[in-house]
Each structure stands twice: as C-alpha cells, then as structure tokens.
Design a protein around this ligand. Structure first.
Ligand SMILES: NC(=O)c1ccc[n+]([C@@H]2O[C@H](COP(=O)([O-])OP(=O)(O)OC[C@H]3O[C@@H](n4cnc5c(N)ncnc54)[C@H](OP(=O)(O)O)[C@@H]3O)[C@@H](O)[C@H]2O)c1
Length: 326
C-alpha cells in the first residue's frame, strides 16, 4: 500500500496526517511514479497554513523525483523505468507520497549524473535560483546584490550562481553558524539581521551607493530595510514571505526610495513556456553536474516525520535543502 501525507484543515504542522492510499492505474496523459525522494519547501508551509488556499482535504508538496512505473494512454515522452523529477504549484500538489499518479506534463527526465535525492533538493529551489539569476535582471557582472536568508535552500543556490555571474553578494542570516554556511557558498559579506541594521550595513559595504537588486524571501520583517538598501532605480524582488505577508503599501513610497522597482515573481510564470523551461533546466543541471553549483542536502527525513520537518523549517533550524527520503 502506498503512503501519503494529507491535511483536512489548515493550521500548524500537526494538521498533517500520514495515511495509506490506493494509487491505481494512470489515466490518459498520466504516469504512475514511484518516488525516491521528495522536496520539503517553504511553500509547503504556505499551503498547510492556508496562505495559499486549496480545496480540502488536500495532498501537500510540489517537488519530487523517482521512477516511472506505468504510463497512461497518449504518453509518448516517457517510458517505464525513466528517472524523472518535477515541480509545480497546485498542479503538482501531492508530492509527499511514496507513489502517485501525475500528469506527464511537468515531468523532467533526469540525466545520468544527477541523483533523485539531488533532484528532489533542487528542482523547485534550483529552477527558482535559475530564473532569479538569469531572467529577473540583466546582470553584467560587477553588480552588488543583497540576498536574504542566504543560508537557506534557495539562498545557497542563488549565492553560488551569483558568484558564477561575477556579482558581489551580501547575504543575511540569523545566526553565526548560518553565516559560516553562507560564506562557504559564496557570500562576500554577511549581515546578521537578528541584531544588525541591514540598510545601514549595506550602505557601509557599498560606500553609500546601495545594491542593484535585493532578493527578499523573508517578506514582512525585511521589506522596509530591503527598500532602504537599494541604489537609485534598484530592483526589489519579493521572492517569498517566510516571516509573514508584506502589509499593503502606497506605491508613492517607491519614488521616495530612489524610484525603486518591485516585482513579486512566481516560478510557474518562468517555466510555463516549454522552451524557456528547458533552457533554465539545462543551465541548472549543467552547473550541478559539472560541480559548479553544489546542492547541499542538510536535512533528511522519513515521510512520516513531516510534522517535525515542518516545525524545523518554520523554526529556522535548517540550512540548505531538506528532503524526505522514501
Ligand atoms: N517566488 C518563487 O518563485 C519562489 C520559489 C521557491 C521558493 N520561494 C521562496 O523562497 C524562500 C526560501 O525557500 P526555501 O524553501 O529555500 O526555505 P529556506 O530559505 O531554506 O528557509 C526559510 C529561511 O527564511 C529565514 N527566515 C527569516 N525569517 C523567518 C521567519 N520568521 N520564519 C521562518 N523563517 C524565516 C530563515 O533563515 P534565517 O534563520 O537565516 O533567517 C529560514 O531558514 C521562501 O520564502 C519561499 O517561499 C519562492
């Protein structure tokens, strides 16, 4: 019998239930996938807590890698035995499972050099880093960026990629241990935002100029200091809201912050076009397979430890990527 994690009401990690499930045979356009590893992403907590509303009961998780066990009618791109990975949004919910049926559309074939564990640790986080570094801003090399939560899953990949682009990286972290991790993955400067004034430190580091781009996945707690860290006509990229939603603001504030730009991007809009998705996947897999970007799996859990895994992620106890090993 396959196992699945579901939730029947939104709330704290304890709403997650570990259950048996009958998977059945794939319908037209679907495959049956046996998961080898499943990604644990901060976005999963938004679904669980209700920040991203979904009809209940619901499966959870949007990233996993495994082996195709059966293919439905009309599936021509995959055969039994293929190793694949996927990520998505509401279209892929249900990744926290040992086996599942899934549309073949979001599946990506894994090359030889990339294991299922690595894939589950980077398909969402790495593709996000890919579009953040390669699509959001026309980096020429030499720019300085501010990267919040630099020791996190997305953070460690973005910092390494930013160095490949020749950027100067200022990373924020909440502890000295995380500072070491972030430094080891390319951050040139570290600000501990649990006790340092971020905007003031950024001005010191940049000789008063500010940064070209801020990647802010923290949200509520950092929004204002992120705006205050930008150089004139800089770009604030609101990547996520780990500390809570950003309160409504008057766009006139952007004029007062040096004619700043703001974007709130989502991965789905950068991988909707199959050709663009293939390009971003190709760049990511190329960097990882060649060892130019290391995917750090610093937490491994069993699927029936999903409650603890969510507590750890929300409790800021993790660094790098977290996965469930099936
Ligand atoms: N827009 C997109 O396309 C996209 C795609 C993927 C991920 N994301 C976003 O990127 C962010 C990172 O995702 P991830 O899965 O890699 O998670 P993560 O960065 O590994 O974990 C979140 C980190 O945020 C920091 N943080 C700051 N304030 C926090 C608070 N009040 N509560 C909890 N954490 C807090 C913590 O680092 P410190 O202890 O160092 O502060 C924590 O470790 C998330 O916001 C996620 O939603 C966005």
């Amino acid at each position: 019998m396959a196992k699945v994690v579901k939730f029947y009401e939104t709330g704290a990690p304890e709403v997650l239930r570990f259950e048996d499930v009958e998977v059945g045979e794939p319908g037209p356009g679907e495959v049956r996938l046996r998961h080898v590893a499943v990604g644990l992403n901060f976005a999963d907590t938004y679904f669980r807590s209700g920040i991203y509303p979904v009809p209940l009961p619901s499966g959870i998780g949007n990233e996993a890698a495994g082996v195709v066990e059966a293919v439905g009618a009309g599936v021509s791109d995959f055969v039994v035995g293929d190793r694949v990975t996927y990520t998505g949004f509401t279209n892929t919910l249900g990744a926290y499972s040992t086996e599942r049926l899934i549309s073949a559309a979001p599946l990506i074939k894994l090359p030889e050099g990339i294991s299922c564990e690595t894939a589950a640790a980077m398909t969402m986080r790495g593709l996000s880093a890919s579009y953040l570094c390669r699509r959001i801003y026309p980096f020429q090399g030499g720019e300085t960026i501010l990267l919040h939560a630099a020791a996190g899953g997305v953070g460690l990949i973005v910092s390494q990629w930013a160095k490949l682009l020749g950027l100067n990286v200022i990373g924020t972290v909440s502890t000295e241990a995380k500072a070491e991790v972030a430094r080891a993955h390319g951050c040139d400067h570290i600000i501990n935002y649990s006790h340092e004034d971020v905007a003031k430190r950024v001005r010191e580091i940049t000789n008063g100029v500010g940064v070209s781009v801020v990647f802010d996945s923290v949200g509520k707690d950092t929004f204002m200091s992120s705006l205050d860290s930008l150089k004139r006509r800089g770009l604030l990229v609101c990547v996520g809201t780990a500390s809570g939603k950003i309160p409504p603001f008057d766009p006139a504030i952007l004029a007062r912050k040096g004619s700043a730009y703001i974007t709130r991007p989502g991965l789905a809009d950068y991988i909707a076009d199959p050709a663009e998705k293939a390009e971003l996947v190709g760049e990511l897999f190329g960097h990882v397979a060649a060892g130019r970007i290391r995917i750090e799996i610093n937490q491994r859990y069993a699927l029936n430890d999903a409650v603890q895994a969510h507590r750890d992620l929300e409790g800021r106890k993790t660094t790098g990527s977290s996965i469930f090993v099936i």
